[in-house]
Design a protein around this ligand. Structure first.
Ligand SMILES: [Zn+2]
Length: 377
C-alpha cells in the first residue's frame, strides 16, 4: 500500500555518506550476493567442485582449494531435502535424524569427495557419523526453549561449540514464532559459525547471510543480536507473504538495480539493512541480549554509547519500552510495528553510497519529506 499522508521523517542536514563499505560491480544474479554486515555485500564466487558420477548421474561436490569437502558442505547437502531421494520424494530431515542408518560412514578431518559420493547422491540411505546419525551434535536441539518449534529447530544445522549451538537455538525461540521458524526452514537452513567459512567474513563483519544457499555465518563471540539480525535477513527473503514496504526483502531488487541503476541499488541496500536492523531491535528478547553491539547505529552516532542511545530510542518507539530485561515483539506484531514506525526511527536514516534507506519510501512509496543520509563516522 502506498503511503499517501505525510510521514514523520525527520530532517537531516548532513551530507554525503562516506560508508566504509564499497560497492562492487556486479555481473551476476541476486542469488550470488552475500549480504555481509560490517563488511561489503560481495558477489559470491562459485565454489570449486569435483564431478562425481553415482549410478550414471553426475554430482558437483564443492571442495576447498586442496580438494577436500567441508563439514558445512555436508550439512548443506543434507538440508537440500528436494534432492537425493531415489523416488524424487522430499526427504524428511527428522526421519533421517531419528534413526541411524544400517550403513554408516565415519570420516576423518580431511574428507575426499569420493568417500562420501554414495551418501551425497542419496543422503537418506546412509548416515555420516556426526552429520545425520541419531547422535549428531549439529542438529541437536539443546538450548531450544519451546516445544512447538522443535520440528523446525531440528532442520537447522549448527556448526560450533555446544554453547554456541545453545545460544543460536535460544535466540531463535525467544525472538521468532514457531510459524516463522517453519518459514525460515521450509527449504532447509544452515547456521555455520565462523570457522572454515571465515574467509567470507571480511573486515569487521559480524555475520553474513548468503541467499543462494541459505547459509548464515556468525563471527565467533558475536552477541545474540547478530544471530537475530542475520535470521531476519533470511526470514525477509523466505517469507513470501511479506508485502510491506520496509519488511520485505530487497535482495533480488538490489541485484537487478546494481546492473543499471546504482543510485537505486544503494538505497535498496540501505533499506534492506536498516529494515532488517529495525526488526532486530523490535525482536530482541530480552533487549539485553544485544550486549554492546551497535550494528548500523554505529554509522549514525559519534561513538558506541551514542549509537546504543539511538538504538534504545528506536526500541522504545517500536516496543513501548527499552528495558533491558523486557521481551520484544515477534510474529505479525514485530512486522507491523516496523512497517508503522520505520520512517520515524533513527535507523531509517542509515545510508549507503549517499542514499538513505528512507529514500526508498520517498522515491517509490509517496513518502514526502526528503532527507539525506547521515555522515558515517
Ligand atoms: Zn545485515
Amino acid at each position: 500500500m502506498a503511503m499517501k499522508k505525510k510521514t514523520a521523517c525527520r530532517k537531516k542536514t548532513t551530507s554525503e555518506n562516506k560508508c566504509a563499505s564499497r560497492s562492487k560491480k556486479t555481473k551476476t544474479e541476486s542469488r550470488q550476493w552475500i549480504i555481509a554486515d560490517g563488511g561489503s555485500w560481495v558477489e559470491k564466487k562459485a565454489p570449486k567442485t569435483k564431478k562425481i558420477v553415482v549410478d550414471g548421474k553426475t554430482y558437483d561436490i564443492p571442495v576447498d582449494k586442496d580438494g577436500f569437502v567441508s563439514e558445512s558442505s555436508l550439512i548443506m547437502r543434507f538440508a537440500q531435502v528436494d534432492d537425493g531421494d531415489r523416488d524424487d520424494r522430499t526427504r524428511s530431515v527428522n526421519r533421517d535424524l531419528d534413526k541411524t542408518a544400517s550403513k554408516t560412514l565415519k570420516l576423518g578431518d580431511k574428507i575426499r569427495p569420493e568417500e562420501i559420493a554414495a551418501w551425497w547422491a542419496h543422503p537418506n540411505e546412509s548416515d555420516i557419523i556426526g552429520i545425520d546419525d541419531e547422535n549428531t551434535q549439529v542438529f541437536t536441539t539443546e538450548g531450544a526453549t519451546r516445544k512447538s518449534s522443535l520440528p523446525y529447530q531440528r532442520k537447522i544445522g549448527i556448526v560450533g561449540t555446544p554453547s554456541e549451538r545453545r545460544q543460536v537455538r535460544k535466540a531463535l525461540d525467544e525472538c521468532f514464532t514457531a510459524g516463522e521458524l517453519k518459514k525460515l526452514t521450509a527449504d532447509g537452513s544452515v547456521y555455520v559459525f565462523a570457522s572454515d567459512e571465515r574467509k567470507n567474513l571480511s573486515g569487521n563483519a559480524s555475520g553474513y547471510y548468503s541467499p543462494s544457499d541459505g547459509m548464515i555465518v556468525i563471527r565467533k563471540g558475536a552477541t545474540s543480536g547478530t544471530i537475530v539480525h542475520e535470521t531476519v535477513h533470511r526470514l525477509r527473503h523466505k517469507d513470501t507473504g511479506r508485502t510491506g514496504k520496509f519488511t520485505s526483502s530487497k535482495v533480488n531488487e538490489h541485484a537487478r538495480a546494481a546492473k543499471d541503476n546504482p543510485e537505486r541499488a544503494h538505497y535498496l541496500r540501505a533499506v534492506e539493512e536498516a529494515g532488517t536492523e529495525c526488526e532486530t531491535v523490535a525482536r530482541m528478547s530480552p533487549f539485553s541480549m544485544n550486549g554492546k553491539r551497535t550494528s548500523y547505529y554505529g554509522a549514525l552516532a559519534r561513538d558506541p554509547d551514542g549509537a546504543r542511545k539511538l538504538m534504545a530510542e528506536d526500541r522504545k518507539l517500536l516496543v513501548g519500552n527499552a528495558d533491558p530485561d523486557k521481551k520484544g515483539l515477534k510474529g505479525k506484531k514485530a512486522v507491523s510495528s516496523v512497517e508503522k514506525n520505520f520512517t520515524k526511527t533513527h535507523i531509517s536514516s542509515y545510508g549507503y553510497g549517499g542514499e538513505a534507506a528512507n529514500k526508498y519510501g520517498f522515491a517509490e512509496h509517496g513518502c514526502v519529506k526528503k532527507t539525506k543520509a547521515r555522515k558515517r563516522n
